[in-house]
Write a protein of this length. Structure first.
Length: 365
């Protein structure tokens, strides 16, 4: 007989299938998802925080660089302002006669050139004439004394920096390491303290604004060709109070004013009254300063060289060499520069050119 088997395997199989379907697996999946989500959240948070930190560092750096750039831009604008103001108005002279010592055409200026020379020839001629009359023993002594004096006397060079208005510029001029004259622009809203900062200085000049051929860069209280004698006197009085130690003044711009005889006559009448020496910056080839000087008995000196019409080291050194050459030839010279960083740096590094030259204040000329 064949035994009947129970059909239980199917039930077992179904039971096994039911047992493989574990309800906790959903929980595990949810836990895993939660952990992943938390991990991603933490990761994103840390990344975001790092980005914030880098952004703050970058913003700080940007602020610092922005400040530096703004400061540089301000200094560049300031330098450009003075450069354009002086160059635009002084170019007339520079292009016409290329830094000649004096213009040779006017007769009055020829006498000035003669007095400006250290002329040894007349002395030698006198001694030659006296040779037969003086004993041979006495002859060598005066010749020796003269040669000794010639060796002691050095050519004099007065370097003037115009447009000085700040303590920073004064510091840079002192850092050059030798005598440099400072010419101060009278105070205006743009440079309020340009008189106060001279209190501790023993030597300085006044840089007097006079009318230029263009009115684009006029300073406040500029004197014009139509300014009356009273206006000019009031201005000089005011300037004298601001700069009580100053005995010398030179013109700031002034190409139109210094070429007008009536205007210069009025100015020189006042300068005579207040005992000023005028230094002609020669911003024009048509200057009539020498005529007014002789008419009213005002002492006059004239600029020989502009140092920095180009803001370039080679150019400034070349101009300085020209000034030295003039000083050696004629005994003295005047060179004018401006408060540019390149000018300060070049002058400081040009001491090698100045051997045998006496750098002086203008009162020693």
């Amino acid at each position: 007989m064949i035994k009947k088997t129970k059909k239980t395997p199917r039930k077992k199989i179904t039971k096994k299938r039911k047992s493989t379907f574990n309800p906790y697996s959903l929980v595990n999946i949810l836990v895993a998802i939660t952990i992943l989500a938390l991990g991603m959240t933490i990761y994103l948070y840390t990344q975001n925080q790092e980005l914030k930190d880098t952004k703050t560092i970058q913003s700080l750096k940007l602020k610092e660089t922005k400040k530096l750039l703004e400061e540089k831009e301000y200094q560049d604008k300031k330098a450009k302002y003075f450069e354009e103001k002086t160059k635009a108005l002084e170019i007339e002279y520079a292009t016409q006669i290329e830094h000649n010592i004096y213009i040779q055409k006017p007769k009055l200026l020829k006498k000035e050139i003669k007095t400006f020379h250290y002329d040894d020839k007349p002395i030698i001629k006198e001694k030659k004439e006296l040779k037969p009359k003086i004993e041979s023993k006495v002859e060598p002594k005066p010749v020796k004394k003269q040669t000794e004096v010639q060796k002691i006397v050095k050519p004099k060079l007065a370097i003037i920096i115009d447009d000085v208005t700040t303590g920073y510029q004064i510091k840079n001029i002192h850092d050059i390491g030798y005598t440099v004259n400072m010419a101060f622009l009278p105070p205006t809203p743009r440079h309020k303290n340009s008189a106060k900062i001279t209190n501790k200085l023993s030597q300085y000049m006044i840089h007097l604004p006079l009318q230029a051929s263009s009115n684009k860069y006029d300073e406040k209280n500029t004197l014009y060709i139509y300014s009356t004698l009273e206006t000019i006197e009031n201005r000089i009085k005011a300037v004298k109070k601001l700069y009580p130690k100053a005995k010398f003044l030179n013109n700031h711009t002034g190409s139109k004013f210094t070429s007008n005889q009536k205007a210069m006559d009025r100015l020189f009448q006042v300068l005579k009254k207040y005992n000023y020496t005028f230094i002609d910056s020669r911003t024009t080839a048509k200057s009539v300063a020498s005529v007014s000087s002789k008419k009213y008995g005002v002492r006059l000196l004239s600029r020989n060289i502009f140092l920095d019409n180009k803001k370039d080291t080679k150019y400034i050194r070349k101009q300085l060499k020209k000034a030295i050459k003039i000083a050696k030839k004629h005994g003295s010279a005047i060179a004018i520069g401006h408060p540019y960083n390149i000018t300060f740096k070049t002058l400081k590094n040009s001491k090698d050119l100045l051997k045998g030259i006496d750098l002086v204040f203008v009162n020693k000329l």
